[in-house]
Design a protein around this ligand. Structure first.
Ligand code: 0PR
Length: 376
């Protein structure tokens, strides 16, 4: 830090220079991100609520109301009318809260959690933090959790089962209905990570895989406004079927305006809730259906173009993720990246993964396919 402050002009120029080094969603070259350009009203809402703190919600009742309203709207969407929860920093924190509650609910000495091997890496961090042993279940030939493998791993030490609705690497949806039956049969806590799929699957035009509170064993769901919810970062969402689970997350805050906090983070911005609220209300169900329809159409153009180029898909896309291979996939990913086409290489499946978020338009996919063919 310098002794004397610098001029506003200098500051802004330097910020502009830094900002110019950032990639921009609207240029249509970011295919490796589950975040997207925020909705215009979300940015406006974010700015309006920038100074509010949900960690002391008695001072910021308006923000607290918006958070409750977002949770209620998500709860209705996910068929859990009595669900409660919070807008948190992202999927990692949401998953952490679910497993913390599940662990605190039990009194098991050496707790274990059963994770299909396709779960997001946030669970590695969470197991490390909570000192819960991850027990990995196998996948079927379509990279979905294999229910028989999950069931085989249940033991007296199991504190929870986890399933994913829209895996980070391939975008597949686990057989959550079958896993719900297993969780119910063994009376095990069942958490669904729908960080991506939670605001995608409900808006699919037909055949929606079941993944939410309509399944009786589903106890909690992660659903992130900063992914398909088109809210600015940070905006994750955690929903619990009912208020009982919050008891396992409760901390007394003796001198604040609210007596208890249930989130891990103390001081947290009301801007996230306000911006998520703005998008849910600006788009409504019809608006989200349009966004999802467009993502699916673009995903189809991309996957068709990839197979037309003679490459093979790792799996038929379920949501808005396309994964494919060439004869030298990693090299191809590196070449594309060096040419400014931002795709991810996934070592586990030796594939290139592309996420078709709302900022990815058909013209971007067509330009990408041209580049792809040039690189083959
Ligand atoms: N669960 C699932 C299924 C996810 O896909 C993710 C993140 C998380 C949990 C964790 O969420 P947070 O990152 O919000 O804590 N999915 C993306 C991924 O790992 C996150 C991401 C987004 C990465 C934008 C890069 C990027 O540019 O791919």
């Amino acid at each position: 830090m310098q002794l004397k402050g610098r001029s506003r002009k200098q500051i802004l120029e330097e910020l502009e220079r830094a900002n110019a080094k950032n990639q921009r969603y609207e240029e249509g070259k970011i295919f490796c991100s589950m975040c997207t350009k925020p909705h215009k009203l979300a940015i406006k809402a974010y700015n309006m609520f920038l100074c509010s703190n949900l960690g002391d919600s008695g001072l910021f009742e308006g923000s607290a109301q918006l958070e409750t309203d977002v949770i209620n709207q998500l709860a209705t969407l996910l068929h859990g009318p009595g669900a409660v929860g919070a807008i948190v920093s992202g999927g990692t924190e949401a998953n952490l809260m679910a497993l913390l509650a599940a662990r605190n609910k039990t009194n098991i000495a050496e707790p274990e959690v059963i994770l299909p091997s396709s779960v997001h890496f946030s669970f590695v961090k969470i197991c490390n933090l909570l000192k819960v042993k991850p027990v990995y279940a196998e996948l079927d030939s379509n990279f979905r959790a294999d229910p028989s493998s999950v069931e085989k791993h249940i033991s007296k030490r199991t504190i929870a089962l986890v399933a994913t609705a829209g895996t980070a690497e391939l975008g597949v949806v686990d057989p959550i209905d079958k896993l719900s039956e297993i969780a119910q049969k063994h009376a095990v806590y069942f958490h669904v990570d729908a960080a991506l799929g939670g605001l995608f699957i409900p808006f699919l035009p037909s055949t929606k895989p079941q993944f939410d509170f309509s399944l009786p064993a589903v106890a909690s769901i992660t659903v992130d406004p900063h992914k398909m919810g088109m809210a600015p970062i940070p905006a994750g969402g955690i929903l619990f079927r009912g208020p009982q689970m919050l008891e396992y997350l409760k901390t007394e805050t003796p001198y604040l305006t609210n007596r208890y906090q249930y989130t891990l983070v103390g001081t947290r911005t009301g801007a996230s809730a306000a911006s998520a609220w703005a998008v849910l209300n600006a788009l409504g169900i019809e608006g989200f259906r349009k966004v999802v329809k467009s993502c699916i159409r673009t995903t189809k153009v991309l996957s068709q173009g990839i197979t037309d180029a003679g490459l093979s898909l790792a799996v038929e896309p379920t949501l808005n993720i396309v994964a494919f291979r060439s004869t030298a996939t990693k090299k191809l990913a590196e070449r594309l990246w060096s040419q400014g086409w931002y795709v991810s290489y996934v070592p586990r499946y030796d594939c290139i993964r592309m996420v078709v978020m709302p900022h990815v338009k058909q013209c971007h996919v067509i330009a990408f396919l041209r580049k792809l063919r040039e690189n083959l």
